[in-house]
Design a binder for this molecule. Sequence first.
Ligand SMILES: CC(=O)N[C@H]1[C@@H](OP(=O)(O)OP(=O)(O)OC[C@H]2O[C@@H](n3ccc(=O)[nH]c3=O)[C@H](O)[C@@H]2O)O[C@H](CO)[C@@H](O)[C@@H]1O
Ligand SMILES: C=C(OP(=O)(O)O)C(=O)O
Length: 416
Amino acid sequence: MDKLLIEGGFRLTGEVAISGAKNAALPILCAALLTAEPVTFTNVPQLKDIGTLLDLLGQMGVKVSIDGGTATLEAAGLNNPVAPYEMVKTMRASILVLGPLVARCGEARVSLPGGCAIGARPVDQHIKGLQAMGAEVTVEHGYVHARVPRLKGARLFTDMVTVTGTENLMMAACLADGETVIENAAREPEIVDLANCLVAMGARISGAGTDVIRIQGVERLHGATHRIMPDRIETGTYLCAAAVTGGDVRLTGTSAAYLDAVVDKLMDAGCEVETERDAIRLKAPQRLQAVNLRTSPYPAFPTDMQAQFMALNCVADGVAMIRETIFENRFMHAVELQRLGADIRIDGNTAVVKGVERLQGAAVMATDLRASASLVIAGLIADGETTIERIYHLDRGYERLEEKLAALGARVLRLN
Ligand SMILES: CC(=O)N[C@H]1[C@@H](OP(=O)(O)OP(=O)(O)OC[C@H]2O[C@@H](n3ccc(=O)[nH]c3=O)[C@H](O)[C@@H]2O)O[C@H](CO)[C@@H](O)[C@@H]1O
Ligand SMILES: C=C(OP(=O)(O)O)C(=O)O
């Protein structure tokens, strides 16, 4: 199994290009299920999760062609609206086929994604929304089975803010009969990107990016071309990596527009951040200051950046309180960071991180995607060598990680 070997102590400098967003690309590729015409996507990141989803769509009868970061999907021959456990278990986002399949085929059988490292992550809100739109939904033998001749527009209210839940229901509503209103909708920028793609395909959507989204169902959608937005979490991860190494980096092909909460914390930590239209530059201070944070749905601080900021706080001056309010088990990186010499105390959903002068390299284990990113960040400043095992988690969400870090001056090697 691949491992990452990092030699710590090298300052990150220079420029690197940010990839398309995993969490925008996953729902947007599923949107191609809603039409028989070809849809072309550009800036698609080459990631393990994207490969898994394209395999899943291919198995359903979707014609997939890929050329670098451009993917064309044609779902004219969609004939098997089933997502089997074997494919769904490796990637929770495969639940995003449920809404489009029911809307287009009137039926879908999608394996429950199951729990994962960061929490239970149920999909009851996705199901409740489809039921409110008239679908008959049963959950049996680990599969969600949904059936309906045609979905009917409805007023939907989710019990909590759910990103993929909002995306699934928004896609389903595009082909429903009449108007659907999603209240308490998630406001993440990836939802706006998905809505933009759906509108380019002929959908009638307003309010994406606010907590009330209105969708007027149409008879059919058509082909379109859509560019996937930049990955704000990859951007934030490289900003943190530069910050801990005392670096000076410019990230291109990205924007600070969706990163206010993260940039704000980096500035509180003492970093200088300059934003351009399509780039961000960060200059780190001599010593970072500890920063408190609390994760919440967008536009507040993202849970997907919590682990990276824990790594940053491990070497900052002072004590930071980190509260995780989205997922019940998203502190697994803490014990691994402790192996590198970090001073962290966990109390329920709060981590208290006391900055230390130095971390020491050690063997550590990646437990989930962003936990792995936090270990990479810590490894970059730890004395000596850090080896990170189970890096398949990183491959789900970071395109060419070693190559990009090496371009900024890090010493990172993949061992297999
Ligand atoms: C592919 C993708 O975009 N993944 C992102 C998405 O995940 P995902 O969409 O799965 O996360 P949700 O926003 O749905 O989850 C938020 C909270 O709601 C709970 N919940 C959700 C749905 C439901 O039916 N029932 C329920 O109880 C979850 O367990 C969690 O506690 O948003 C998360 C929160 O920003 C991010 O960390 C993930 O990176
Ligand atoms: C939790 C994440 O992804 P997923 O929802 O695909 O597991 C993430 O991107 O940090």
